[in-house]
Structure formats: structure tokens, C-alpha cells
Design a protein around this ligand. Structure first.
Ligand code: PPS
Length: 296
């Protein structure tokens, strides 16, 4: 039966993208890490922030980094975000939005002093197995997929280095998203695989973007508790403040594309009524029984 999200044969794919296990990856994702995750040397005191793209990764990394530094903002103010908290599988020559001429997350990770805080968007089965074997801490952040796809659409439009010249509108992009044709693939598969894995794991903290927005201080406290840092109220308040979207937007060390509207519910400005109804139907079928519930 024809469905509102059916893709025609000529759908957009980013120049240079490649596939692994049914998922597209950008040319900036290191294929050798995806195919041989064991090349990443993992330490038991590493902490990974793992997300489907556009779920609150940058925000969470900033909070966790400040927690690990007792609220000291000097590194945040002086070091590019992607250097202090490297993006493991990401490699690109000449990122125009960075001061660096080239970037290789894994080699930066290899040079960092422990404890390292690392970003990844890899699915649960593709992260280096040593992360699980060595009991590394993982913060898994998830976000309602309507807002995630809106955020992803604006990201595709804003970084031609990574996504080529995407000229489609949001409605075209939603079709790509619903068919798993955006980088890192199908949101439902990604989220359900991670969600199943994290159940009853004490070394994994699951945060939802919407909860963090609702109670940002509570998010700082949860992250500090999880990472094993005891911080006084003044420091907790300082970190929470420092990590507000308003303050992060002003931080020159955070790429400008990483902080946009930073709200819950921007999907209402993008979805048509028909798209929303079709989305809800698919969402309810795929997520039924998962126990994962979002605020919209
Ligand atoms: S990425 O590229 O996947 O790492 O992007 P990610 O950081 O996961 O998600 C980007 C969205 O998070 C919003 N953001 C924030 N929200 C609240 N508070 C803070 N401090 C914050 N920083 C970033 C950002 O604006 C993106 O969401 P949208 O909806 O596009 O605004």
C-alpha cells in the first residue's frame, strides 16, 4: 500500500556516503572503525556519550566534562569541543567550521589523558566490545524522534562539508529519515537495539533530552552521581548554567551548528497533519511494548 513516506527511486544520498549492515554512513565516518571496532584501544575508565544524531550529545558532553573538572570552565573556554571530548569514529580533512585543518577523533582520543570522555553515534553492536567487557561507563541520550528529525534536517542543510548540497525540503528529509536513509540509519532500529541493551545495566545512564530540558539541574546531578563526583550546590548550579543553550551558544569552542533552537516540540512547526498521523501510526507499531516513552 502506498504510504506517505514512500521514497521515489531518486532519493538524496550524500556524495561519498557508504553502507554497512543496512545503514548509510558519511564519508567522515571512519570505515575501518565501523568494520574493525577493535582498533580503538579502550580503557576501563573511559566514559562514552552515545546517541542517535541530534539527541543532545553536545549538551551532555559539556555537562559531563565540567562535572569531571569540578566545574572549572577554563578547558571549555580554551579548547574546541571536539578536541576535549573527541568524536571517536569521525575523521575529516579541512572542516571549515573548525580551526583545525584536519580532524581524527580516534587519534585525539589516543592522546587524551584519562579519564577520557568520548562521543560516538555507533549502534550498540558496532561499538568496540572492550567498552562492554571493561565495564566502561556509558551515557545514552535519546530524544523524541520528531524533534530529532527536525534537528537533523537543519544540520544537513547547514554543513555542506559533511552532507553535500542537500536541496530538498523538510518533507523530503522526513521520507529519508523514515526509510533509514540518513547517516547512522533507522532511528527505530538504533534506539530499540540500544534500549534493549541498557536494561538493568548499572554502568549505563539513560537520559532523555526532554527530561533534561524539563529539569536541567536534575540532569547535572544525575550525571555527577553516575560518574561518581560529589559536587557542592554552587558547582552544580554553575555547571547547569554554563551548559544552558544560551551560554553554550556563546562559547566559541562549540561549533555554531551544534546549538540551534534547543527546544522540545519544534516538530510542530515542520510536520503536516498528515505526516504526523502517519508518523504516529508507524511509531506506535514499532515502539509497542518497548516501555520507552517520550514527551513531545
Ligand atoms: S550531534 O551533531 O548529533 O552531536 O548533535 P547533538 O548535540 O546530539 O544535538 C543537537 C541538538 O541539541 C541541541 N542542544 C541543546 N539543547 C539544550 N541545551 C543545550 N545546551 C544544547 N546544546 C545543543 C541543539 O540545539 C540541537 O537541537 P535543535 O532541535 O536542532 O535545536
Amino acid at each position: 500500500m502506498a504510504n506517505i513516506f514512500d521514497l521515489g527511486p531518486d532519493f538524496y544520498s550524500v556524495p561519498g556516503e557508504w553502507n554497512h549492515d543496512g545503514r548509510p554512513y558519511g564519508k567522515y565516518v571512519r570505515q575501518d572503525i565501523v568494520e574493525h571496532p577493535e582498533i580503538a584501544k579502550i580503557r576501563s575508565d573511559d566514559c562514552f556519550v552515545v546517541t542517535y544524531p541530534k539527541s543532545g550529545t553536545t549538551w551532555t558532553l559539556e555537562i559531563a566534562h565540567l562535572v569531571m573538572n569540578g566545574g572549572d570552565t577554563s578547558i571549555s573556554a580554551s579548547t574546541p569541543h571536539v578536541i576535549k571530548t573527541p568524536f571517536m569514529e569521525f575523521k575529516l580533512d579541512g572542516i571549515t567550521s573548525l580551526k583545525e585543518a584536519s580532524y581524527d577523533g580516534l587519534s585525539i582520543m589516543n592522546k587524551l589523558k584519562p579519564p577520557r570522555l568520548v562521543k560516538s553515534h555507533l549502534p550498540v553492536d558496532l561499538l568496540p566490545q572492550d567498552i562492554y567487557k571493561k565495564g566502561c561507563k556509558i551515557i545514552f541520550v535519546t530524544r523524541n524522534p520528531k524533534d530529532a528529525v527536525v534537528s537533523y534536517y537543519h544540520f544537513y542543510k547547514s554543513i555542506s562539508d559533511a552532507f553535500g548540497d542537500y536541496s530538498g525540503d523538510f518533507h523530503d528529509f522526513l521520507k529519508l529519515f523514515m526509510n533509514g536513509k540518513v547517516h547512522y540509519g533507522d532511528w527505530f532500529r538504533y534506539t530499540l537495539d540500544w534500549w534493549k541493551y541498557i536494561q538493568n545495566k548499572t554502568n549505563i545512564l539513560c537520559l532523555k533530552y526532554e527530561d533534561m530540558k524539563q529539569d536541567p539541574r536534575g540532569a547535572t546531578v544525575k550525571i555527577a552521581d553516575f560518574l561518581g563526583y560529589t559536587l557542592d550546590d554552587v558547582t552544580i548550579d554553575k555547571i547547569t548554567d554554563q551548559c544552558s543553550s544560551k551560554t553554550m551558544k556563546k562559547n566559541k569552542q562549540v561549533e555554531k551548528e551544534m546549538v540551534r533552537k534547543a527546544i522540545v516540540g519544534d516538530w510542530k512547526n515542520h510536520f503536516t497533519v498528515a505526516e504526523n498521523e502517519a508518523f504516529e501510526q508507524i511509531y506506535n507499531e514499532k515502539m509497542e511494548g518497548s516501555g520507552l516513552v517520550f514527551e513531545w
